[in-house]
Design a protein around this ligand. Structure first.
Ligand code: SF4
Ligand code: SF4
Length: 154
């Protein structure tokens, strides 16, 4: 007779943020300023078109004035150390800001518990205040950023 105990189905461990994370941007402008390894704001072709339209510029003119190209990827020129659209600690192209900005701080790599607690929470004053973002919403935002990254690299 087979007496083996059937294996229990694999239960994935709940992430540390299973009960959600409070976050509301405190408008410090810190994440719009180059710091450490965070010194690039990548933008897709569609995002470049949207920002150019908001600024009433042709895309080529927008790119000439505000972008750099590195390894075939377009990024905002942070030559002065801060994003050219950071004005008095506010984003002056808020409606057209790129997905990289819209999805901060819920990036997949930031959601590692140690990274979040040691680097992101101390850096971003918006963490721990404002509305509670559910795990589902947080993971949807992280996926949106990842999908945008994989499309941009095609
Ligand atoms: S670092 Fe955080 S609080 Fe500051 S501007 Fe960025 S998201 Fe907002
Ligand atoms: S586009 Fe706006 S949100 Fe993004 S880095 Fe520049 S100022 Fe900040």
């Amino acid at each position: 007779m087979d007496t083996a105990i059937p294996a229990r189905p694999h239960q994935p461990r709940k992430p540390w943020y299973a009960k959600g994370i409070r976050f509301a941007c405190a408008c410090t402008g810190q994440c719009c300023t180059a710091h450490g390894e965070y010194d690039r704001v990548y933008i897709s072709d569609d995002e470049a078109k949207k920002i150019a339209a908001l600024l009433s510029l042709r895309k080529a003119e927008f790119e000439r004035q505000f972008c750099l190209f590195e390894d075939g990827e377009r990024q905002l020129d942070l030559g002065s150390g801060a994003c050219p659209f950071l004005t008095r600690r506010q984003c002056s192209i808020y409606e057209a800001r790129p997905v990289q900005c819209r999805t901060w701080p819920f990036w997949k790599e930031n959601l590692d518990e140690k990274t979040w607690k040691q680097q992101i929470a101390p850096f971003c004053q918006g963490v721990g205040r404002g509305p509670l973002w559910s795990r589902r919403k947080i993971e949807a935002i992280a996926r949106e950023r990842d999908n945008a990254d994989s499309q941009a690299s095609r």
